[in-house]
Design a protein around this ligand. Structure first.
Ligand code: GLP
Length: 258
């Protein structure tokens, strides 16, 4: 894993957006894996700015989102579909038919999950996957004890995740209990992965993911098995890393450091 530590959240987002842009400049029809949550918001803002100010082109880009709450329609304000349209898609020139977000309201989840996996394969696989991390170490909605070989499927949310995400809903009881999510195995097939984290509340999960054992109890730790994962962290999220000096030393030594 490559660890990149930045002073603050804005710097994390600038580096991450720059990496997305670099991917699109070298492969204009790249397939991007996208995440929701507050962490990638600044990255999407920066990509929108680059689209308007620098002509960053999304006309050939395909996207696959990681997850969606079961039971929420795309126009529900807390659905991940709504989040993506409001915070990215409606501001850039991506063709609607190139956007894929798991359905929270399909009649047949099993068939839908198979279709989603096939669709990723048909589009040539994910070139660059953006990830956040839950306070329990989850990626997408792969909660502790998820199989590290899992594929897109329905997951029951952990109590911790429901509590964390309750801030977006009127009442904690409104947070859906189930979600449809790409699996850890699906995510690990992405060619490049960027894990983003900001804030002291992520420090324990980040340390477990980077320096802990590979375990289904912290599904982000499975990224240790991936060849091209870049973790971009602000100083607070990096606060519990034991080897922080080493990572910073490498970061300053590497001429190709982002
Ligand atoms: C949700 C999403 C994850 C996201 C996590 C952290 O659980 N399913 O993809 O990484 O929240 O969100 P935030 O960035 O808001 O802390």
């Amino acid at each position: 894993m490559q660890i990149n530590i930045q002073e603050d959240y804005d710097a994390v987002c600038r580096i991450a957006a720059g990496r997305v842009a670099k991917t699109l400049y070298s492969k204009p029809n790249a397939v991007l894996g996208l995440a929701t949550g507050s962490t990638p918001l600044g990255v999407y803002k920066e990509l929108i700015r680059m689209h308007h100010d620098e002509g960053l082109d999304f006309s050939q880009v395909t996207t696959f989102n990681l997850d969606e709450y079961v039971g929420l329609t795309p126009n529900h304000k807390q659905s991940y579909s709504y989040f993506m349209w409001e915070n990215l898609f409606k501001h850039i020139n991506i063709p609607r038919q190139n956007i894929h977000i798991p359905s929270g309201t399909t009649d047949n989840y099993e068939a839908f999950c198979r279709w989603y996996e096939d669709c990723i394969k048909q589009r040539g696989g994910i070139d660059l996957q953006i990830l956040g991390i839950g306070t329990d170490g989850h990626i997408a909605f792969n909660e502790p004890s998820s199989s590290l070989g899992s594929r897109t499927r329905i997951k029951t949310l952990a109590r911790q995740t429901i509590e964390d995400n309750a801030r977006f809903f009127d009442k904690p009881e409104d947070v859906p209990v189930f979600a449809i999510t790409m699996g850890v195995g699906t995510i690990l097939e992405s060619r490049d992965i960027m894990l983003l984290a900001s804030g002291a509340n992520k420090a324990a999960a980040v340390a477990a993911a980077i320096e802990g054992p590979v375990t289904s109890m912290c599904t982000a730790s499975a990224l240790q098995l991936h060849r091209e994962t870049l973790c971009i962290l602000d100083r607070q999220a990096a606060g519990d890393l034991k080897m922080i000096e080493y990572y910073e030393w490498i970061q300053n030594k590497r001429p190709d450091a982002p």
